[in-house]
Design a protein around this ligand. Sequence first.
Ligand code: SF4
Ligand code: SF4
Length: 231
Amino acid sequence: MMKTDEIEKEIQSIVSFPDEKFIEIIREVGFECDCCGKCCTSEFNDHVFLLDDDTERLIKNCGSGFLRPAPYFDVCDNLGRFYVMGYALKNKPGGECIFYTSGKCEHYAIRPDICRIFPYMLHREPDEEGNIEFRQVGGLNRHGLYHNDISDETCKEILKTVKKYESDFLRQKLGFIREIEKHFKKHNLKQSRQMYDRMMREYAKGKDIEVYVFFRGTFKKEIISKHIINS
Ligand code: SF4
Ligand code: SF4
């Protein structure tokens, strides 16, 4: 897990990323969505992570049946309980997002922030040579249309929403790490890689596991088994 000071620095570097540079990239790429629906599948986008505001907005409108703890749990304690920094949307058995029906998003108007900003992003990732640098557009040339004119107004809106999403994501992560530290100290728990691997093996065999999901500053207990993680 990243350290809190590293996350704080990362937030700062997102906020101070030069606006003109981002806008130039948006303009150069000239991306336009052709509504192919690929980004609504786990094959293309793995999972849809939810910021706390997304989770709250969607629960208000759709109940909670669409939620699952975000995959790739961050930590396991010495008693075999997992912790993760937020929720994600479930997928259908074929890999489509739970809200993707007949080629459309059933909840488009209230879709999660990550779906609003895609394919734009602003976070560091390794390139093909392993150099860590900021990426601004996901799945370049693998979806959509390119070299379209993008208005100044749209460029500014994209810039604003992407910077907000990426820093909100890291703030949620920061809150999670701080709460984990407090929680482990208070309950005399330890992080255990050995227990993590053991419980994941049990989970793969079909055993229920306990996952504590960070939401609005506290941990919500969820019991999950392999057969319900997707649908
Ligand atoms: S919430 Fe809607 S836009 Fe987002 S992945 Fe699901 S179907 Fe697609
Ligand atoms: S954003 Fe890309 S992957 Fe998603 S529907 Fe549009 S073109 Fe397809």
